[in-house]
Design a protein. Structure first.
Length: 456
């Protein structure tokens, strides 16, 4: 062999060894494609804890994009529908949905990595909907049948997971914990929800009912950051303590959690408990400010508690002067001489609309009494005609008013309203009776009305 040939052979060998020794490049993105049929949407959205990414739809409803996101659970939105998806680097998933039958038709096609995992999540959502009875039916059950219903749900969820044959052991472990956390959260919520379902505010669970809650781990920062069901469980756990009036015990336990992420993450869920009419509002406020490190939250909450302190029974009510459905301006002073049952609502508010049948029944039963039913809409100005139409369509009676600046209306701000519907009772002299009165669907409201007339 010539010296030149030997040299060429040596160069080729070095080249082969060099190439063969290069590390295999890791795919650091996700291929995400799909088809949405029968949709008038222009895009779909993927959301995570700290991002929201829109993907444009083509004219035929198809889409395709590459994503660079952290491994974990995310939300996929198409219009108002949404579903959980799981994403990881190297996944190649192809989604198919018929928009009008979103849940029923959701599937992932092909052989790409991640397909099996996400088809499991789609099947899990369908099974959950099939097994989960409505709120009223579930929480009106007594303890034993309620526990049996949940145990059946848990068993079938775990069977579905096992049957999926997913070889990602870490994902399987996450899902097993996800199922367990959702299961436990229902037990945490049972007492409070059962009280509402059977309309018995005095109901208490039996001594052994929550024995499976005694060993809940309140300090798993990894699960708190990864699993929504764990976060919901922790919030429900402390929320139930607060509902039972165990304020100091709840906030002491929160302060003892080592993870600052967990402490600061759950605190916002208790802000709405600082509300007018809640006898524990001051104690909850003190508990929140003793833990929260968010100066903006503390500042807003301090403003709110100052307003709440001015909403005690017997104090003068904030006034209003709003346009009525008939076009004239109606003020609080115009309505003096009767008790006022004020409903602050909006046409877009689902819970508000669900109260309408009970409100109409209540108004019909007390129409001859010294009670004026006043409804104040906080719809935005552009929905004024929608408000007018809904009043006509639902044949709403009483005094129908349209607030001048939606959430920023002075009456709304004075009553520290940050959630609707809100019902307020004002006496014939314009003083506060109850700044956060029972809803029309709550039997207690009739007891209150009857009490007014017994004492008048």
């Amino acid at each position: 062999m010539s010296i030149l040939k030997k040299f060429h052979s040596l160069v080729l060998l070095v080249f082969i060894l060099t190439v063969s020794c290069q590390p295999t490049s890791q795919i650091d993105y996700i291929l995400f494609s799909g088809t949405i049929t029968n949709t008038d949407g222009a895009y779909v959205t993927v959301k995570g804890n700290d991002f929201s990414y829109d993907i444009d739809l083509n004219a035929d409803g198809t889409f395709s994009d590459t994503l660079k996101v952290e491994r974990g659970y995310h939300l996929f939105y198409s219009g108002r529908e949404r579903t959980n998806i799981f994403l990881d680097k190297g996944y190649s998933i192809n989604l198919s949905i018929d928009q009008p039958m979103f849940d029923e038709t959701l599937t992932f096609k092909g052989e790409g990595k991640g397909t099996q995992t996400n088809n499991y999540l789609a099947n899990k959502a369908r099974l959950d909907e099939e097994l989960t009875v409505d709120f009223q039916s579930l929480f009106s059950q007594e303890e034993a049948p309620f526990s049996a219903t949940l145990q059946d749900w848990k068993s079938k969820m775990n069977e579905l997971l096992a049957a999926a044959g997913i070889d990602d052991n870490q994902f399987v472990s996450l899902e097993q914990r996800n199922i367990e956390y959702e299961y436990l959260a229902q037990f945490v919520n049972y007492e409070y929800y059962h009280q509402h379902a059977v309309k018995d505010s005095e109901f208490k669970v039996s001594e052994n009912f929550n024995k499976n809650l005694t060993n809940i781990d309140l300090s798993s920062e990894a699960d708190f950051n990864t699993l929504r069901n764990y976060k919901n469980l922790i919030q429900s756990y402390f929320g139930a303590m607060i509902q039972r009036g165990e304020i100091e015990e709840a906030f002491t336990a929160m302060r003892n959690i080592e993870s600052s992420t967990i402490k600061q993450g759950i605190i916002p869920s208790f802000i709405y408990d600082v509300e007018a009419g809640n006898e524990n509002a001051e104690a909850i406020y003190n508990g929140i400010v003793s833990i929260s490190t968010d100066s903006v939250t503390i500042s807003k909450l301090s403003d709110k508690i100052e307003k709440i302190r001015k909403l005690q029974a017997g104090m003068p009510s904030a006034t209003f002067a709003y346009q009525s459905i008939n076009g004239e301006t109606v003020t609080l002073k115009d309505l003096r001489g009767k008790y006022l049952y004020v409903d602050v609502w909006a046409t877009w508010c689902g819970p508000c609309l669900r109260e309408i049948p009970s409100l109409k029944s209540l108004e019909n039963d007390y129409h001859d009494a010294r009670i004026e039913f006043v409804s104040i809409s906080i719809d935005v100005q552009k929905d004024f005609e929608k408000w007018q139409q809904m009043i006509a369509d639902k044949e709403l009676k009483g005094v129908q008013l349209f607030a001048d600046s939606d959430w920023q209306s002075e009456f709304v701000k004075a009553y520290a309203i940050d959630g609707i519907p809100r019902f307020i009772i004002i006496d014939p002299e314009g003083n506060i009776v109850n700044p956060n009165a029972p809803r029309p669907s709550d039997p207690q409201i009739r007891d209150l009305f009857d009490e007014f007339f017994e004492n008048s």
